[in-house]
Ligand binder design. Structure first.
Ligand SMILES: O=C([O-])C(=O)C[C@H](O)[C@@H](O)C(=O)[O-]
Ligand SMILES: [Mg+2]
Length: 441
């Protein structure tokens, strides 16, 4: 008989972050996450990590009684009860920020990850081998170098991390201002030296669109072989997106959310039009974030690459998207937010279970690297993550690091990601506008 879940613990945690700029504003010096730990009657611990908010903490609380006492073998039934319980809270919206504001999908994923971790340990198989119709499809997962324009921390009195005893160039450049093509190339070179990335993504929606295109030109010159993409999170109008990206079309492997909702046009419609007019493949983590939206996105021809981040698609949902992509001639990819090393393992297992050609996955880990909560985070070498061969997720919690991250969370009084806060130091009275790049005011 397989074990039963004996205990569920929810640990909100925080870590430090650089002054990363995006359409939502500038990252605060910290980011918050939520770790779910399930213990079972065999003495195993299973873990999951998701974004943190008051809503998510309440959602997890509502589900505890459905999880504790359940059989690990019955994980699908447990997740279905969790889904129904959360659905009773009512309809949720992703919102127009760069990050997803829904609660239920995240809560389900945290519990799902911890249950799959326990299941893997019970049957002595890695999670990747248990996911989807086919199980493990690869032993290594390609990751891209996720670059950001950076604000100057010295213009704030906020506790942004300083490059103390830098190990290499990456430790230096990731903590200071980067607003020019030269600075972006420096970031790419330093990240390449440490992690060996072959592909890069630049987060846009910050400067005038033409200036961001110049950053891509500089990256292309420095890394002519790299697959490049630029992601303004739908900030640009359709006309702007076509005008700015057409001349650099040959440098991009795809365009990520180049435009979005605009006047009476939906984001799926403008993206479809963009794709027809430029011939560029499109990727999204904004306009196809559930199966219904994906269906309509495909009907109008808006998307080639759904970025199915397991944190808001669920792990099984993200793999289902990967299977559909394989059958329907699309390409699967994954979005990310700031995260610790449990999420890095979750995303790696999910990507490993998606069949066919997939594109390099996003990860923010390079901005967090050095702040682990597991004993041995999966390393990124030669641009790749090795998929664990050991049972479960293949990560072991480091209790003292977890406690440290929890103490930081408790000291902050931050209940939800807020990128407007740090922007006040750059532009007084700054407010989020989904159609205006963050520094264009
Ligand atoms: O691909 C994306 O849209 C993201 O990674 C969304 C994130 O919220 C990103 O904008 C960030 O971390 O600021
Ligand atoms: Mg994106």
């Amino acid at each position: 008989m397989l074990p039963t879940v004996t205990r569920m613990t929810v640990v909100p945690v925080a870590g430090y972050d650089s002054f990363l700029l995006n359409l939502s504003g500038g990252h605060a010096p910290w980011f918050i996450r939520c770790v779910v730990i399930l213990e079972d009657s065999a003495g195993h611990r299973g873990v999951g990590e998701i974004p943190c908010s008051d809503g998510i903490l309440q959602g997890l609380d509502q589900c505890e009684a459905l999880v504790v006492g359940s059989s690990v073998a019955a994980l699908k039934g447990t997740l279905e009860r969790v889904r129904r319980r959360l659905a009773a809270n009512g309809r949720e919206e992703r919102g127009r920020q760069t990050f997803d504001l829904r609660v239920a999908v995240h809560v389900i994923t945290a519990i799902e990850s911890a249950l799959f971790d326990l299941m893997g340990q019970a049957v002595a198989l890695p999670v990747a081998d248990l996911l989807g119709r086919y199980g493990r499809q690869r032993d290594e997962v390609e990751a891209l170098g996720y670059l950001f324009l950076l604000g100057d921390p010295a213009r704030t009195d906020l506790p942004y991390p300083q490059p103390e005893a830098p190990r290499d160039r990456w430790d230096e450049v990731r903590r200071r201002e980067a607003l020019t093509p030269e600075a972006v190339v420096e970031l790419a070179r330093a990240a390449h030296e440490r992690y060996g990335f072959r592909d890069f993504k630049l987060k846009g929606g910050v400067l005038e669109p033409e200036r961001e295109a110049d950053c891509i030109r500089a990256l292309h010159e420095a890394f002519p072989e790299a697959r490049l993409t630029l992601d303004p999170n739908g900030a640009w109008s359709l006309e702007e997106a076509v005008r700015v990206l057409t001349p650099i079309r040959h440098m991009l492997s795809y365009a990520e959310d180049p435009c979005g909702q605009e006047q009476s046009w939906s984001g799926r419609e403008t993206m479809a039009e963009f794709r027809r007019r430029t011939g560029l493949p499109t990727a999204t983590n904004m306009i196809a974030t559930d199966f219904k939206q994906l269906q309509y996105a495909l009907q109008v021809g808006a998307v080639d690459i759904p970025l199915a981040d397991c944190h808001f698609w669920t792990m099984q949902g993200a793999v289902t998207v990967g299977e559909l992509c394989h059958e329907w001639g699309l390409t699967w990819g994954s979005h990310s937010n700031n995260h610790f090393d449990i999420s890095l393992a979750m995303m790696t297992h999910v990507a490993a279970a998606c069949p066919g050609e997939i594109t390099a996955i996003d990860t923010h880990w390079i901005w967090q690297d050095g702040q682990r909560i597991t004993r041995e985070p999966l390393p990124i070498r030669d641009g790749r993550l090795r998929v664990p061969e050991v049972p479960g997720l293949g990560v072991e919690l480091d209790d003292s690091k977890l406690e440290q991250a929890h103490r930081l969370y408790r000291s902050l009084d931050v209940r939800q990601r807020d990128d407007a806060l740090a922007m006040q130091y750059l532009i007084e009275g700054w407010q989020f506008d989904p159609k205006r790049p963050a520094l264009v005011r």
